[in-house]
Design a protein around this ligand. Structure first.
Ligand code: FES
Ligand code: FES
Length: 141
């Protein structure tokens, strides 16, 4: 008589109230942008991190996801998890942890993979920009 609960309530919460939807200026030198696509379905996720110039920690994050519900909730959780962490720390976030946190069904693992990939891409972009920043400032000095 009870319908099987397909999705965990956390999923529904993140789906109804996705956290940190939006965009930062991708030309901001302290913003790292990760734009990734899932070959399996064509869904696309953009995740951005704002990096504190001095501490190198991620102080803010946002996302825009053109994709399925699982990709949206995964990116919402990802933006929550990266805030306050260092770039090295967030590189250890695994898609399986996100999937487990949200109790995503195995068929949606590639959706949470998109979030892991987007974090990695955002960090890579952020690090490149920071390296450039440093390069410029030492050239100016
Ligand atoms: Fe939102 Fe855990 S339920 S990050
Ligand atoms: Fe492709 Fe979810 S179905 S990201």
């Amino acid at each position: 008589q009870i319908l099987p609960r397909l999705y965990h309530e956390k999923v529904i919460d993140h789906y109804n109230n996705p956290r940190n939807v939006g965009s930062f200026d991708k030309n901001d030198p302290n913003v790292g942008t990760g734009l990734v696509g899932a070959p399996a379905c064509g869904d696309v996720m953009k995740l951005q991190i704002k990096i504190d110039e001095e501490s190198g920690k991620i102080v803010d994050a946002c996302f825009k996801t053109f994709g399925c519900g699982s990709a949206i909730v995964s990116s919402s959780v990802a933006t929550e998890w990266v805030k306050g962490k260092s770039m090295d720390e967030v590189l250890t976030i695994k898609n399986t942890e996100i999937a487990k946190h949200l109790s995503l069904p195995p068929v949606n693992l590639h959706c949470s993979m998109l979030a892991e990939d987007a974090i990695k891409a955002a960090v890579k972009d952020g690090e490149l920009k920071r390296a450039k920043l440093k390069g410029n400032s030492s050239a100016d000095a």
